[in-house]
Design a protein around this ligand. Structure first.
Ligand SMILES: [Zn+2]
Length: 569
């Protein structure tokens, strides 16, 4: 295929995956190549609150490259210092590092357009231009003529090619433009193609087009520009960016643009983390296309998705397709025993293929099968006939009835299980704690409320007294509790509380409070603990104490904490 396409310019480094590019030779298999283009670092970076540093960008480029993404859009050289620095030196990527920018400005010559100069001189393998393809935008936003816009597209593509780079053209608002004036939208696409753009990308910029419309319009466009030169750039405003991307592929497009975890302004872009497994695991696509991501790359997808959320400092979406924590979890006991026998009955794909895992929720609806399976997952092997199992099951049920939520607090569940079935060292013992909250006027006469906690802890027979201050009682208690745990202190130094959630479980003066705490360490591991009590401080104390114990137990399993001689509890 594509034998009319020139070979890559000689100054491009030899790529490990080079054989996948059409110009490098015949396809090894009958599978047709479908290309993935990531725009996390440019379109994804439009998301409010997202601001990537150069270091962030380089890390994400590494993740995408490892995954096997064909094109990695790095940003907009010349637009800001980060992106300018990114393209200031060669980056050794297997995927084609792509610089993004606008086509030539109207009323300027190509040689006098600083934007074009920045793009063509960037250390990038490809340049992606955004071009207007809706005559309404040409008139209103650019204030120029339709012909001048076409000339800008042609000259910009030629400039990128003359600088030795591959050229792509993102046709902005293509679908809306096509509906308003199909002749002009097609003229933009044709101009880009004839000027030598490797890809003409049809953008659903507003994200409002529906899959059947995308499929029909892309099919129409393939009569002007061949499908193996067409890409799709879909936004998720109707929740169908992935469906729209797949519809475009069915109609002939052979490049998909998207972002990690669907990051992007408004409702986001097409989610590559959903698209990749769909393309690789669903027969309708897997039997027709090769996307350049290996089976091993696919296995890393859950990890990549979660590491990316970690970088964004947000909790991963538990219900994310394929990679979410709940993607392969089920609750009912009757299903659990069937899943153990025949997992495929209840799972649309194998969770391991994307690096995820089966999860059988422990809950008051679950029976022994759930429990045994969940214990096996966390490394505790128990015979179904073991009497302690009944004790644990009764304990879980009683606690869940009292308000504990073990589904959401895996670390507290593990501690409960190990305490019931085996042994959890008693790393520390809190002898007592006292908290005082005071409202007073501060030095400048402003009313402030501060809390102070005093905690007495015993570690290996040695007593520690710590005082902590905070803006509330729980904060003060946390500060005091984690201030000095003697010989264990260094192991909890990197423990951080990420989230704290309080739920009042029943009304009235005797209301029960449930506290859920999310913790993490600097290795990126996250765990959840729970506490329940009529007293919010006590509920918080249970969850905090479980969090620290869990962390120390993990360290002990790794051999970094010497096994404690203290009693087990
Ligand atoms: Zn976009």
């Amino acid at each position: 295929m594509n034998d009319s396409w020139p070979t890559p310019t000689p100054d491009l480094p030899t790529r490990g995956r080079g054989a996948n590019f059409p110009s490098d030779g015949p396809e090894p298999m009958t599978l047709e190549r479908l290309y993935l283009y990531d725009t996390t670092l440019r379109d994804g970076a439009q998301t409010p609150g997202v601001d990537f540093s150069l270091e962030d960008k380089l890390t994400i480029i590494g993740l995408l490259d490892e995954l096997g993404i064909d094109y990695i859009e790095g940003g907009y050289p010349g637009a800001n210092p980060t992106d300018t620095a990114l393209f200031a030196e060669p980056r050794n990527t297997r995927g084609r590092l792509t610089a993004f920018g606008m086509t030539k400005r109207a009323g300027r010559s190509i040689a006098n357009d600083p934007g074009i100069h920045d793009l063509c001189s960037a250390h990038a393998d490809a340049v992606c231009y955004v071009a207007k393809s809706w005559d309404y935008h040409v008139r209103v936003a650019l204030g120029t003529t339709n012909d001048e816009n076409l000339k800008g597209i042609r000259q910009s593509v030629e400039a990128a090619r003359a600088s030795g780079k591959e050229a792509l053209v993102d046709c902005e608002h293509f679908f809306d433009g096509f509906k308003a004036n199909p002749g002009y939208a097609l003229a933009c696409a044709r101009t880009a193609h004839e000027a030598g753009a490797r890809w003409v990308v049809l953008c659903d910029t507003n994200g409002g087009t529906l899959p059947d419309e995308v499929e029909a319009i892309v099919a129409e466009v393939t009569r002007t520009v061949p499908g193996d030169r067409l890409g799709i750039h879909a936004h998720n405003d109707t929740g169908q960016a992935v469906a729209n991307s797949l519809a475009a592929v069915r109609a002939g497009a052979r490049q998909i643009q998207g972002t990690l975890n669907g990051l992007g302004e408004r409702c986001g872009n097409a989610n590559l983390v959903t698209l990749i497994p769909t393309l690789m695991l669903k027969a309708a696509f897997a039997e027709r296309f090769d996307i350049g991501v290996t089976a091993d790359g696919l296995k890393s997808l859950t990890h990549v998705s979660r590491v990316f959320d970690e970088m964004l400092n947000r909790a991963p979406d538990r219900q994310a397709p394929y990679v979410g924590d709940s993607a392969f979890s089920t609750k009912a006991g009757i299903h659990a025993s069937a899943i153990m026998k025949e997992p495929e009955t209840y799972e649309h794909v194998k969770p391991e293929s994307i690096g995820n895992r089966r999860r059988l929720l422990v809950s008051d609806q679950g029976g022994k099968s759930n429990l045994v399976a969940e214990l096996a997952r966390i490394g505790i092997e128990v015979e179904r006939s073991d009497r302690r199992l009944d004790k644990l099951l009764a304990e879980v049920k009683a606690r869940e009835a009292a308000g504990y939520a073990y589904e959401a607090a895996g670390a507290s569940f593990e501690l409960l299980a190990r305490r019931t079935l085996g042994s959890v060292p008693r790393f520390f013992e809190v002898e007592s704690f006292r908290i005082m909250t005071e409202q007073r006027h501060n030095a400048v006469g402003k009313v402030v409320t501060v809390s102070e906690a005093v905690v007495k802890v015993v570690v290996d027979g040695e007593r520690f007294l710590s005082v902590g201050e905070g803006n509330g009682p729980v904060n003060a208690l946390d500060v005091a509790l984690r201030k000095d745990l003697g010989k264990y202190q260094r192991h909890i130094a990197n423990l951080e509380l990420v989230d704290y959630k309080v739920r009042i479980l029943n009304g009235g003066t005797s209301a029960t409070t449930r506290v859920l705490i999310e913790s993490r360490d600097d290795a990126g591991e996250r765990w959840f603990t729970v506490g329940v009590s009529p007293n919010i401080v006590d509920a918080s104390f249970q969850a905090l104490s479980d969090s620290i114990t869990y962390k120390l137990m993990r360290e002990e399993a790794r051999g970094t904490v010497a096994p404690s001689a203290a009693a087990v509890g």
